[in-house]
Design a protein around this ligand. Structure first.
Ligand code: NDP
Ligand code: 2IT
Length: 452
């Protein structure tokens, strides 16, 4: 049996019933097999065997009291995956589907993504199966306070710095930070995604969506093409999707879809700035459903999602570009075939691992411009890193400064992918490029630091 297969078998045996974690590990390990062949020293030091094992996995009870006075109990987690190149860094997800498999896959992806950002950030992820949907602000606050009462033992500005992810936005970060500050008795940058009025970086809310569009632009540049005039499919309607649409509008592309877990809207006229402002109010203030968009604007169709289906008709709409920005495994094999059949040749993933492995294989085989999440959505955590730098320096940079640094980092991420793909005979394959480029920095740091 090959060394790579033995590592994969070991991961499968040690992490049964964790399909997402096994999926994420398999993709990276298959990409770096060629590196291990050329560098037996990594194998001798069991670098891969160590990378697939979280440095620490914390799981805890989160009890809280709802508005009716009933006791509720949720599960909290923090996965501290790898600290070879910096403090653990990664978001918190609050969603009923959250479990160890999902958070371990996200933490594993985060290690390589953070390495690609050029910043000194290790990888982690956390969250809870708490569902913020339908909860009052007071309930969300009590939950966040209980969650942080335990989490604060494990985090710190130079130890582990959480941020947002699905279900964790500005409101949740505010409540989490308030409780952290109270318990730790210190005002530090232990969380990112804070409000700019009290330590947050400008452009952090925008960063993931903007970055995914900058990455698409970099990929198109390699073919002397650009986003202007291109029709774009965007899924999700949360943080990443909203700012993807905003940047697409800035660059004169046309975004025609948005979705949530209930369904999607198709607006052939394009989601312009005015409609996007309405979506932001709907989603971030009223916390409504995307279906309402079709009721508000003429010429828009709404399509209810069918959880049992093997495809989502959103991805069958003719378009040149796709920005999956909702969640993992949302682009099925059939969706990928539909995208390709209808002329899509740019896929830039705002979400983490949104394409199933078969879909990824189809994109790569077709030779389209396919930017995997760990490269394309690295802008969010990159600006989190810039927020940490600003907090440590007790300074706040201007919007333009942060946006410029974000664009520069996305250029560097893209360049690193291209160079690694060339070095390992996979020219233009951003999957191989991102995995290998991300791997080297972490692997070399682990070699330098001994067996820890
Ligand atoms: P939000 O909570 O702001 O928005 C999530 C959106 O995706 C909502 O529209 C939500 O719909 C939809 N969604 C969530 N789960 C599902 C599901 N199981 N099926 C269908 N739709 C779903 O999260 P973000 O925008 O922050 O995150 C979106 C993606 O981007 C995630 O994969 C996240 O890991 C990734 N990401 C986020 C970063 C960030 O900075 N926030 C950075 C890098 C990646 P509904 O309201 O119905 O649940
Ligand atoms: O998946 C991700 O990169 C994030 N959710 C952002 C992490 C961060 O620390 O900003």
């Amino acid at each position: 049996m090959s060394y790579i297969d033995s590592v994969l078998n070991q991961v499968a045996a040690r992490n049964p019933n964790e399909p997402e974690f096994n999926q994420a590990v398999r993709e990276v390990i298959e990409s770096v097999a060629v590196v291990i062949d050329r560098h037996p020293e990594y194998r001798a030091a069991r670098v891969l065997d160590r990378m697939v094992e979280p440095e620490r996995l914390v799981q805890f009870r989160v009890p809280w009291i709802d508005d009716a006075g009933e006791v509720q109990v949720n599960r909290g987690f923090r996965i501290e995956m790898n600290s070879a190149i910096g403090p653990y860094k990664g978001g918190l997800r609050f969603h009923p589907s959250v479990n160890a498999s999902i958070l371990k896959f996200l933490a594993f992806e985060q290690v390589f993504k953070n390495s690609l950002t050029t910043l000194p950030l290790g990888g982690g992820k956390g969250g809870s199966d708490f569902d913020p949907k339908g909860k009052s602000d007071a309930e969300v606050m009590r939950f966040c306070q209980s969650f942080m009462t335990e989490l604060q033992r494990h985090i710190g500005p130079y130890t582990d710095v959480p941020a947002g992810d699905i279900g964790v936005g500005g409101r949740e970060i505010g409540f989490l930070f308030g409780q952290y500050k109270r318990l730790a008795n210190e005002f530090t940058g232990t969380l990112t995604g804070k409000s700019p009025g009290w330590g947050g970086s400008l452009i952090r809310p925008e960063a993931t969506g903007y970055g995914a569009v900058y990455f698409a632009q970099e990929m198109l540049n390699t073919r002397n093409d650009g986003l202007k005039g291109k029709t774009c499919l965007v899924s999700g309607s949360g943080n990443v999707a909203q700012f993807t649409v905003e940047k697409l509008n800035d660059l004169e592309a046309k975004a025609v879809t948005l979705s949530d877990s209930s369904g999607f809207v198709h607006d052939p006229a394009g989601i312009d700035a005015e409609k996007l402002a309405w979506v932001m109010e709907l989603k971030n203030v009223r916390r409504g459903r995307i279906r309402e968009y079709a009721e508000e604007f003429p010429g828009v169709s709404y399509h209810e999602s069918d959880p049992g289906a093997d495809h989502n008709p959103l991805w069958a709409i003719p378009a040149e570009c796709a920005f999956p920005s909702a969640t993992e495994n949302e682009v099925s094999a059939r969706d990928a075939a539909n995208l390709l059949a209808n002329g899509c040749f740019v896929v830039s993933e705002g979400a983490n691992m949104p394409s199933v492995p078969d879909a990824v294989d189809q994109f790569v085989a077709a030779g389209i411009l396919y930017g995997p999440g760990k490269a394309a959505n690295a802008g969010g955590v990159a600006v989190s890193g810039l927020e940490m730098a600003q907090n440590i320096g007790m300074i706040q940079w201007k919007r333009e400064v942060v946006d410029h640094r974000l664009a520069d980092i996305m250029f560097e991420v893209h360049d690193a992918c291209i160079k690694a793909s060339e070095r390992f005979d996979a020219v233009g394959n951003y999957v191989v490029g991102a995995n290998i480029a991300g791997f080297f920095k972490v692997a070399d740091a682990m070699m330098d630091q001994g067996v820890v």
